[in-house]
Design a binder for this molecule. Structure first.
Ligand SMILES: Nc1nc2c(ncn2[C@@H]2O[C@H](COP(=O)(O)OP(=O)(O)OP(=O)(O)O)[C@@H](O)[C@H]2O)c(=O)[nH]1
Length: 491
């Protein structure tokens, strides 16, 4: 007889939308590959940043720091010593390619790392959990605060290094560095941190199914229309034209698409302004004015992100509440009401497809004496173990297992005929008879179950009739000596 004291996970649990963490330590080859990947990404984005550098000035757009911080937090697999060395190597390689003198290249790299490390240390703290996951509007605000402090660190380091690398005063250099970092962090970090996980992709699939294509596309079309309107109308207010459409995107699309759309809209607005395509009639006469405009445009994109995040947090809460309302907290199986609802749906589909259906009602034998002899806590353990054993014996596909009450469970087997229903019931009975609860100190407790099964082929009978027939069969199984299956046909 096998003993078991662990709860398996086939039963439905509330979904946790968290970044995946590697289950096993990475091998040296994987660490090396991760380091090389980070180096390649950093070298590429640094070269891009240098390309946007105007003579004797900071780069107009420097995505490297925000991207590096986002990658290390979002993909812990890359956050290794090899990853950090790779990031350093990528920076220096880009400096070497563009012909920066090595001391300057090292100083610029250290300055970049000052802000990345500050952001990393803050985000890695327990209080940074909501910011890491962009959970709720508070998470977004927290992320912005952390990005602000990382930018201050970059600005302070930049006030020393800037005058050596690009000339100018320490104050000018520090402020320019700070503002540029803030812009990059605000736009890029949310998009990288919210890159979807496999679980998110399933949520997206469900979302696609739940909405006709035009309804899904409407916020995006509104965004395009508002960008076009900004181009046509112009003037200082035009930079805010896309905000309502972005808010709509935030309400409908979730955090990652909203972060990407906000990033694209911000980038487009800044580029269109600098090229004169978007005529805001604002005279940009000084570097400080330019920075003010850039930061203003960036900050406009923050509220849609906060909306998307609050909506996402709300959706997670709703899913958890729904799970609590529909599941038995002890075993994780559906409760009676949710089982009736799900089984009813499955029955209707089986009927439409002219398939058969089987129903099992299962009851633990002489359970009262378990409680009386070993106490309720052990009784609970037996109930949980029975639920997991049943779940393990069921065919793949949606798990239609419900706790009808006490130590009684029901299983619906859509598409099953007489033979299949009996085979599953026998498997369940045998698995329970062969498994014992581990009571510790070498003691075990075995148990058996009796199963009443009913079959309707094709599935013309309703759930109530199937349940009544299975109940009668269960009564027979109990009176026939227990630890047995009795099957009956419903016509
Ligand atoms: N530990 C525990 N006991 C429960 C729970 N729900 C119901 N029970 C107990 O389950 C027992 C059910 O016993 P009965 O259905 O009367 O019969 P039985 O002892 O299982 O005997 P047969 O069904 O005739 O084999 C009762 O003593 C209930 O108090 C629960 O959640 N936990």
């Amino acid at each position: 007889m096998q003993t078991m004291n662990s709860q398996r996970d086939k039963l439905t649990r509330p979904q946790k939308l968290e970044p995946s963490v590697p289950a096993l330590p990475a091998s040296p080859a994987q660490l090396f590959a991760g380091g090389v990947l980070v180096a390649a990404i950093m070298a590429t984005v640094c070269l891009f940043g240098v390309w946007t550098r105007l003579a004797g000035q900071l780069a107009v757009f420097w995505p490297a720091n925000a991207l590096l911080l986002g990658l290390f937090i979002r993909f812990p697999r890359l956050d290794t010593a090899a990853g950090w060395v790779g990031a350093c190597a990528g920076h220096l390689l880009a400096g070497f390619i563009v012909g920066d003198p090595l001391p300057i290249s090292v100083l610029l790299t250290l300055t970049n790392f000052a802000s990345v490390i500050t952001g990393y240390l803050l985000l890695a703290q327990p209080f940074g959990a909501d910011a890491r996951k962009l959970l709720g509007a508070a998470g977004v605000l927290q992320l912005l605060g952390i990005a602000g402090l990382a930018s201050v660190a970059g600005g302070l380091a930049g006030s020393f290094v800037g005058p050596m690398a690009f000339g100018g005063t320490a104050l000018e250099s520090g402020l320019a560095w700070f503002a540029s970092e803030l812009l990059n962090y605000f736009t890029i970090l949310p998009a990288v941190l919210s890159i979807p996980t496999a679980q998110h992709r399933e949520v997206v699939r469900q979302w696609r199914k739940s909405m006709p294509p035009l309804r899904r596309a409407a916020p995006l079309l509104a965004l395009l229309a508002s960008v076009a309107a900004a181009l046509l109308v112009g003037g200082p207010g035009a930079v805010a034209f896309p905000v309502p459409a972005l808010l709509w995107c935030g309400m409908r699309y979730g955090v990652f698409p909203t972060a990407v759309l906000s990033l694209l809209t911000t980038a487009w607005t800044l580029v269109a302004m600098s090229k004169g395509v978007l005529d805001t009639a604002v005279q940009i006469e000084s570097p400080a004015m330019l920075m003010s405009v850039r930061l203003g445009v960036t900050l406009i994109a923050i509220s849609p992100l906060a909306v998307a995040s609050a909506m996402a947090a709300n959706r997670i809460l709703m899913a958890q509440l729904r799970h609590l309302a529909e599941h038995d907290p002890m075993t994780g199986t559906m409760n009676r009401r949710a089982f009736a609802e799900q089984a009813g749906k499955a029955l209707r589909s089986a009927r439409t497809a002219r398939q058969g259906v089987g129903l099992l009602v299962l009851d633990i034998d002489r359970f009262k004496s378990v409680n009386d002899t070993y106490g309720h806590a052990v009784g609970d353990q037996v109930i949980v173990l029975a639920a997991n054993l049943v779940a393990d014996q069921l065919p793949d596909g949606p798990l239609l297992l419900g706790r009808l009450g006490g130590e009684e469970f029901a299983v619906l087997l859509p598409g099953a005929d007489h033979a299949h229903t009996r085979a599953v019931a026998e498997r369940v009975r045998q698995a329970c008879a062969e498994t014992a609860v581990d009571l510790g100190q070498g003691r075990t407790l075995g148990f058996t179950v009796s199963i009443g099964a009913s079959v309707s082929q094709p599935a013309d009978a309703g759930l109530d009739r199937l349940l009544q027939a299975a109940d009668r069969a269960l009564y027979e199984a109990k009176h026939g000596g227990r630890n047995r299956v009795v099957l009956t046909d419903v016509d």
